[in-house]
Design a protein around this ligand. Structure first.
Ligand SMILES: Cc1cc2nc3c(=O)[nH]c(=O)nc-3n(C[C@H](O)[C@H](O)[C@H](O)COP(=O)(O)OP(=O)(O)OC[C@H]3O[C@@H](n4cnc5c(N)ncnc54)[C@H](O)[C@@H]3O)c2cc1C
Ligand SMILES: C[S@@+](CC[C@H](N)C(=O)[O-])C[C@H]1O[C@@H](n2cnc3c(N)ncnc32)[C@H](O)[C@@H]1O
Length: 577
């Protein structure tokens, strides 16, 4: 009903080398999505990539989706990948990358008209190649077939884009014609009587096609940025002086952990959405070990706080669980005294190995280079390296703590905090990282258990930081575990030190660069200020910027991008005068 009338298989074949975008109203059990992804993957000569966007007002929860997907995955193996990173029940956008980047699935949980408006506000006009309108009958479900909603479909449709719809109702046919589609009735005998299909009649697209972007800085923010663009078929020149060597900031192990807030603030939204997006994104990277993380009691975390966090998010799925002491002990492999929050999708990485793994993509060209300055030229930016100059239209700055070296970033309000981890020489038998008062991480990549981290507002000597980590751990561990431990200073061996760059309001800085008149500088983007949660905010930051450059639907609730925008510094400075 949705595939044959619009010749989808034939059109897939004719679009080799580009992305084909399908959007659906009514995701339901994801059957249409799985069928079309399967068709795309089985073609011998498909387009480069498939983007599937779907809107669903009453989504299944992850458990329901997974058990249904299991039943269908023999016939449609792609169901397994869709189910693995199926989003939590939180409203708004959720973007997932499947099959190594060949398929991007964006689901919007909420009313279709709201999601379509957000796509338009995001600039995703002339975008969709094929629409599937799979709501229930208009008489039963008028919300899905509103005149204005159908008008917006027209605005969002790419040249030669098509629509196929379950219903053949005359009003829908007229409203789609009014939105710019040439409509026809399709016989669906013997399944039902008729459906509708149509093609947009507007003239072709004149928008410039973006094929190449430059990224400065190859830390986790720059590496995620390059990978996110590369996944969307963009060639990336990635400039980084320490491209193939270890850097001081290559901390190991680092944790992907949800540092949640229990309130309804925008800060809480940024933290939860960053964590959830990044956990799904990192789950397919072999350098990320999804060990899970336990969050237990500490000086700033009592049982009531854990309960409040759980109460705030428990409705949205099993990504957050509150375990009693017995269950926490089983998961930790250590005798816990208290309940703990369990985050099964959290995990551990070696920052250096992870960032370098992200450089490996046919669309990414890593270039060993230190940038000494950038300036605006007609239609883009000139980038001065130590030995060479480069020109680019779109430029993304991911310079970490060196942001202040770039004149145009002088308005950012960032502070730097040194930090240190210590590795124990004796083994500590725990199965996964435990956070509470600092954290302890089990043996990873040959390093035995690690404790940390310090927060040094003025940099401490290494010995002082070691003593701090040891004292804090020795005081905390007996409060949470019955497992006996005898550790002295001589048991702390290896040290990992680095500096975190954090915005003074502790919110990451993501999006356009602004001038003193509060105007966004064209084609200049920024991802920094990731503080002590780079693993959580850098992947989402990258997808936010990619979506803005390419005018894709937002990867998450658009309020996250607004809250992380560096406009906040310019606006405050203007107010202060
Ligand atoms: C002790 C410690 C523990 C931590 N633990 C965790 C943790 O458990 N979980 C977590 O998520 N995060 C953790 N972090 C934080 C995490 O390391 C940072 O959030 C992250 O590294 C920031 O990445 P970035 O890419 O923004 O910056 P950086 O890592 O600083 O990268 C910036 C890059 O830009 C390059 N660059 C700068 N200027 C130029 C230029 N002019 N030209 C070209 N290239 C340039 C630099 O060479 C550098 O490679 C920890 C940090 C510390 C210090
Ligand atoms: C016929 S089912 C879709 C079946 C689905 N395409 C599949 O392949 O499993 C229609 C779906 O539309 C959803 N829906 C109804 N009204 C909606 C609205 N206004 N916005 C978004 N989704 C809506 C329903 O919850 C239902 O899941």
């Amino acid at each position: 009903m949705f595939v044959e009338p619009c010749n989808i298989a034939q059109r897939f074949r004719s679009l080799k080398g580009r992305v084909f975008v399908i959007a659906e109203l009514g995701f339901g059990t994801g059957l249409n999505c799985a069928v079309l992804c399967d068709l795309f993957l089985r073609l011998s000569n498909p387009p480069d990539r498939l983007q599937f966007i779907s809107f669903e007002k009453h989504p299944l929860n992850k458990q329901e989706f997974q058990s249904m997907a299991e039943r269908r995955s023999t016939a449609l193996p792609i169901y397994t990948a869709i189910a693995k990173t199926y989003p939590p029940l939180l409203g708004g956008w959720h973007r997932r990358t499947l099959t190594g980047g060949k398929i991007t699935l964006s689901t919007f949980f909420g009313a279709a008209d709201t999601g379509l408006m957000e796509m338009l506000q995001h600039g995703s006009t002339r975008y969709v190649d094929h629409w599937l309108l799979d709501g229930f009958a208009p008489a039963k479900n008028p919300d899905m077939w509103k005149k204005n909603l159908l008008l917006n479909l027209g605005k969002l449709t790419a040249p030669h884009g098509t629509v196929a719809t379950f219903t053949a109702v005359g009003q829908v046919r007229r409203d789609l014609a009014n939105a710019g589609f040439a409509m026809r009735k399709v016989t669906q005998h013997p399944y039902k009587r008729h459906s509708l299909a149509g093609e947009i009649t507007r003239p072709g697209n004149t928008e410039q096609v973006i094929s190449e972007v430059m990224v400065i800085g190859g830390g986790i923010a720059g590496a995620c940025m390059a990978a996110s663009l590369a996944e969307q078929g963009i060639k990336v020149n990635l400039l980084e002086p320490q491209i193939d060597t270890e850097r001081a900031g290559d901390i190991s192990p680092v944790l992907l952990h949800a540092r949640l807030l229990a309130d309804d603030s925008l800060g809480a939204l940024v933290r939860s959405r960053s964590y959830l997006h990044s956990a799904a994104w990192l789950s397919s990277n072999p350098e990320f070990m999804a060990s899970g993380v336990l969050q237990t009691l500490g000086a700033n975390t009592d049982l009531e706080k854990l309960q409040r966090l759980y109460a705030r998010y428990q409705h949205s799925g099993a990504w957050i669980q509150l375990l009693d002491a017995a269950d926490a002990s089983k998961i930790a492999g250590s005798q816990f005294k208290n309940p703990a929050l369990y985050f099964p999708d959290s995990g551990i990485a070696d920052l250096g190995k992870l960032r370098r793994s992200l450089y490996v993509h046919k669309n990414i060209k890593p270039i060993k280079e230190t940038v000494t300055g950038i300036h605006q030229i007609s239609g883009g930016w000139q980038v001065h390296g130590v030995s060479t100059s480069y020109e680019t239209r779109d430029l993304v700055l991911c310079p970490g703590e060196n942001a202040s070296d770039f004149n145009l970033l002088g308005y950012l309000e960032l502070a730097h905090t040194s930090g240190q981890l210590n590795t124990l020489s004796q083994s500590l038998e725990i199965n996964l990282p435990i956070v509470g008062e600092g954290f302890v991480c089990p043996k990873f990549h040959g390093k035995s258990a690690t404790i940390g981290a310090t927060y040094e507002h003025s940099t401490w000597p290494q010995a002082r930081a070691t003593a701090h980590n040891l004292d804090r751990f020795k005081a905390w561990w007996p409060q949470i575990s019955r497992q006996a431990l005898e550790i002295g200073t001589s048991d702390l061996k290896k040290v990992s030190r680095g500096r975190r760059s954090t915005a003074i309001d502790r919110i990451p800085v993501i999006g356009p660069v602004y001038d003193t008149d509060l105007q966004a500088l064209p084609h200049l983007w920024l991802s920094c200020g990731h503080g002590s949660s780079g693993l959580s905010s850098a992947p989402l930051g990258a997808d936010i910027i990619t979506s803005k450059i390419l005018k894709l639907p937002p990867p998450t609730d658009p309020r996250v991008a607004e809250h992380c925008s560096s406009l906040r510094f310019r606006a405050r400075q203007k107010k202060r005068g």
